[in-house]
Write a protein that binds this ligand. Sequence first.
Ligand SMILES: COc1cc(O)cc(C/C=C(\C)CC/C=C(\C)CC/C=C(\C)CC/C=C(\C)CC/C=C(\C)CC/C=C(\C)CC/C=C(\C)CC/C=C(\C)CC/C=C(\C)CCC=C(C)C)c1O
Ligand SMILES: C[S@@+](CC[C@H](N)C(=O)[O-])C[C@H]1O[C@@H](n2cnc3c(N)ncnc32)[C@H](O)[C@@H]1O
Length: 327
Amino acid sequence: MATHRSYALWSYCGRRWSRVMRCCRLAGFRSSWPRGPLGVRHLSQEKQATETHFGFETVSEEEKGDKVYHVFESVAKKYDVMNDMMSLGIHRIWKDMLVWKMHPFPGTQLLDVAGGTGDIAFRFLNYVQAQHKGKLKRQLRAQQNLSWEEIARKYQNEEDPLGGSRVVVCDINKEMLKIGKQKARAQGHKAGLAWVLGDAEELPFDDDKFDVYTIAFGIRNVTHIDQALQEAHRVLKPGGRFLCLEFSQVNNPLVSRLYDLYSFQVIPVLGEVIAGDWKSYQYLVESIRQFPSQEEFKEMIQDAGFEKVTYESLTSGIVAIHSGFKL
Ligand SMILES: COc1cc(O)cc(C/C=C(\C)CC/C=C(\C)CC/C=C(\C)CC/C=C(\C)CC/C=C(\C)CC/C=C(\C)CC/C=C(\C)CC/C=C(\C)CC/C=C(\C)CCC=C(C)C)c1O
Ligand SMILES: C[S@@+](CC[C@H](N)C(=O)[O-])C[C@H]1O[C@@H](n2cnc3c(N)ncnc32)[C@H](O)[C@@H]1O
């Protein structure tokens, strides 16, 4: 309880400061000031400037990066099976909903940050492939007088089954990417897919490059969330969309009670039994409690310069999808 109260106060100070920063940015200043809670920079708190959270632990910012790296290096091989076990497959529906919400148009250039083992990228490729096939079928149906030879030629000439869409998966952890690449081979994904080792806080891409930026269950692990959001804004084209799937605040008291019991009593046990790693799964449930609420996170997205920011809570707010546009 005390942790939650102090976090709420810390987070409130951070949000107030974000507002000041936003005004400064609008007035033409760029930020390179010392940081505070949730990665927001504070001038008056030099002492805490390098401290942050790793679950319920207070650690230095450098330590947090290393610890997060170690967590995903350790769980990479069991990551997918753990997700199915912990959520009884529900994480798959949440990820499907993210891609349905994106509703990519033909030729969409997607950047999936913290993309790990590729779940969002593969869904995107399946979606655009199905969409493109559907379009081709409709076109052929509209030209009913074509001979079978003409139809066969039309299909063969279609060199790009993705209709020009592309996805880049970017992640800081090479073990997660390694598993992702193995999965891609097994699922037959090759074209339109690239894997890049990179940090969400300092993306190795030019400005105005992508139509959509996604981050699923990733931003909670980033040390300076504000910087990651600014990077998302930078790499998106004008008109581009930011979409984030992340754990959020449960809005039903009964579900919240059961979810807390499940999180703290069951998930680390599953982590130990399946992945041989209690600590990483304890970090998972603790980091979920440290992440801002739907409204707080919405403000942070707005502070990074996104407009028309909205969110949708799923499964009683266990997770939420936030959306924003670079206009
Ligand atoms: C290291 O960092 C990470 C590692 C990763 O592998 C993944 C991530 C990122 C995370 C994901 C991609 C998604 C991972 C998914 C979750 C963390 C799980 C989210 C949880 C749910 C969808 C279920 C929510 C559960 C509830 C609302 C409460 C229902 C719970 C109960 C009825 C059980 C209450 C528990 C007790 C009383 C404790 C004693 C119980 C037992 C020993 C029995 C154990 C029971 C089970 C195993 C059944 C579990 C039941 C469900 C999953 C129920 C589903 C139902 C609903 C959604 C309503 C990452 O960062
Ligand atoms: C819970 S996994 C999510 C993977 C995938 N998006 C999914 O939905 O299954 C979190 C991922 O975030 C990555 N990550 C953590 N910090 C990062 C950072 N600063 N930049 C890029 N990726 C990061 C981890 O390496 C890990 O692969």
